[in-house]
Design a protein around this ligand. Structure first.
Ligand code: SAM
Length: 219
């Protein structure tokens, strides 16, 4: 595939983002204007598709930012689905809380969206329960470290969706072509993808959607 074809392909897909409610579209616009990274249009459609097919009752999200994807998932998951979402950055967590409130969603543990403020590396170790859909969208270099806890919390038959696995195309380059600053994350993402692909408990496919997504199902 030529570079030009790839660019046109992703522009084509991204120009056909998910249909969403005006309130969600407004929140997405605001997040982008504030330079908050939120799920890309292709990923929105992928999530809508996955929620429609897997019909989860419990979702875990790692990386809330300002709550856009949590609210998006809440909109398209079956009624009554509980979403637990983790965010390390206090300011973003605060904004997410405000957004959840603006969408009329309770913040208590019994509510539909439950935000945990903290480092996923610590929070996940202390968590129990099981989830039928886990969305990994936090610090990319950390995925490999938190995979054991994520596997523990993922139900059999559950889906793990990992975003940004292609790192804006850097993952297609050899480590020598990657800037020194990005080498560690490049190596860790390779380790992470290998761990997903080699794990007998998982079936994994890597998709070019958005910034690259790995979709795994636990056997
Ligand atoms: N899922 C969000 C959305 O689409 O609306 C976007 C999430 S943004 C790409 C990644 C978020 O993960 C950032 O807000 C960042 O602060 C958070 N994050 C990074 N490392 C984290 C960690 N160790 N634990 C929890 N959150 C983390």
């Amino acid at each position: 595939m030529s570079e030009e074809y790839e660019e046109r392909l992703s522009a084509f897909i991204d120009s056909r983002g998910a249909r969403q409610t005006p309130a969600l579209a407004g929140l997405e616009r605001k997040a982008r204007a504030d330079n908050v990274p939120v799920i890309r249009p292709g990923t929105q459609r992928l999530i809508q598709f996955l929620l429609g097919t897997t019909k989860p009752a419990a979702i875990l999200e790692i990386g809330t930012a300002v709550g856009y994807s949590a609210l998006f998932m809440h909109e398209y998951a079956p009624k009554g689905c509980k979403i637990t979402t983790i965010e390390i950055d206090a300011k973003r967590a605060e904004e997410a809380r405000r957004n959840f409130a603006a969408f009329g969603l309770a913040q208590e543990e019994a509510g539909d969206i439950y935000l945990i403020e903290g480092d996923a590396g610590e929070v996940l170790k202390a968590m129990s329960g099981s989830f039928d859909f886990i969305f990994m969208d936090a610090a990319k270099g950390q995925y490999i470290n938190i995979l054991p806890e994520v596997m523990h919390l993922l139900k059999k038959g559950g889906v793990l969706l990992t975003d940004n696995v292609l790192q804006d195309g850097e993952m297609l380059e050899s480590r020598y072509a990657v800037t020194r600053r990005n080498r560690t994350i490049h190596r860790r993402m390779h380790e992470y993808l290998d761990a997903l692909l080699d794990d007998d408990r998982l079936r994994t496919v890597i998709l070019g959607t958005g910034d690259g997504a790995a979709m795994s199902v636990k056997m």
